[in-house]
Ligand binder design. Structure first.
Ligand code: PBG
Ligand code: ZN
Length: 345
């Protein structure tokens, strides 16, 4: 060999060296914690499909939000699980809807925590679809895109009026970002950003969430509005359109099977990008850990770091609280370690 062998392992010899050359960071700054709001008082009931997650009534949500705040997590994403449903999902845009009540109270009682609200109809419609359903015609049923837009913009407006800091439409109707932007602007909410679920795939990984939100479609599936898992050019097109319509932050969802979309989106658009590590991704890790096959803490950190490495600026994850504590403990440890080292002589 004419040249000395390239010794990449030189920089891997010690953790201090590895820290210096580490390319991707995962900190609490990048985490968003999803929460489920339910009616009632003193309700904190475990969600069977999402072990470690809870249905929380507004008073309990406040406590939870405070805990999240004390862990220094910057934001929560709120979902409502209403008591009543109807064909137009009216609970989603009611002044005293579950999310509206929850936001109002959290904003009153918890300082400095960003409250993001999910904008959709599926948890509020009797049929469980994200849009208005029309029956008949050649197909058995159709999701009416344009009629749904007005309702979605009402959902966003009612959430903004209740104090939401950012709205996140997850329905995948065409044109909804533009319509929501216009509605918010017309009502004096031009400063409320839109986090758009731009590239949301028809995924089997939403199963545990639908159990939790009681939002599974009672017939058919969501493949006429959500993206085909096989398409990435189309996903980029969805994202470009959302940007043009005024989205402030784009999202890819789910995260791990779609790291290529995250990567391409970041390379192409260079705008703030979120990834949603969804319920099925969470449930697989929990199940593997429970069975004793996975080291849960290491797996969580590795998965979230990979999502960041692919290009996501922020990650919506049911692991947010657990990971925030993990990172905090690690930090404290390395600080005490540094102290003991510098006191030695
Ligand atoms: C639908 C919605 C879904 C999720 C959040 N909002 C997916 C769906 O039911 O199609 C899934 C989130 C998760 O799985 O964690 N508006
Ligand atoms: Zn929906």
């Amino acid at each position: 060999m004419g040249f000395p062998m390239t010794r990449l392992r030189r920089l891997r010899r010690k953790e201090s060296l590895r820290r210096l050359v580490r390319e991707t960071t995962l900190t609490v700054d990048h985490l968003i914690m999803p929460l489920f709001a339910v009616e009632g008082k003193g309700v904190r009931s475990p969600i069977p499909s999402l072990s470690g997650q809870f249905h929380l009534s507004v008073d309990e949500l406040v406590k939870e939000a405070e805990e999240i705040r004390s862990l220094d997590i910057p934001a929560i994403l709120l979902f409502g699980v209403p008591d009543k449903k109807d064909s137009l999902g009216s609970g989603a845009y009611a002044k005293d809807g579950i999310v509206q009540k929850a936001v109002r109270t959290i904003k009153e009682e918890v300082e400095d925590l960003l409250v993001i609200t999910d904008v959709c109809l599926c948890a509020y419609t009797s049929h469980g679809h994200c849009g208005i359903v029309e029956e008949g015609g050649r197909d058995e049923f159709r999701i009416e895109n344009d009629k749904t837009l007005e309702l979605l913009s009402q959902v966003a407006l009612s959430q903004a009026e209740a104090g939401s800091d950012m709205v996140a439409p997850s329905d995948m109707m065409d044109g909804r970002v533009g319509v929501i932007r216009k509605k918010l602007d017309e009502h004096g909410f031009s400063e409320i950003p839109i986090l758009s679920y731009s590239a949301k795939v028809t995924s089997a990984l939403y199963g545990p969430f639908r159990e939790a939100a009681h939002s599974a479609p009672s017939f058919g599936d969501r493949s006429t509005y959500q993206l085909d898992p096989a398409n990435s050019d189309e996903a980029l097109r969805e994202m470009r359109l959302d940007l043009e319509e005024g989205a402030d932050i784009l999202m890819v969802k789910p995260a791990l099977p779609y790291l290529d979309l995250i990567y391409r989106a970041k390379q192409q658009f260079k705008v703030p990008l979120a990834a949603y590590c969804v319920s099925g991704e969470y449930a697989m890790v929990k199940a593997g850990a429970r069975a004793g096959f996975l080291d849960e803490d290491r797996v969580k950190l590795e998965l979230l770091t990979s999502i960041r490495r692919a290009g996501a600026d922020m990650v919506i994850t049911y692991f947010a609280k657990e990971v925030a504590s993990l990172l905090k403990n690690k930090n404290d440890e390395s600080h005490t370690h540094l102290k003991t080292v510098s006191h030695k002589k």
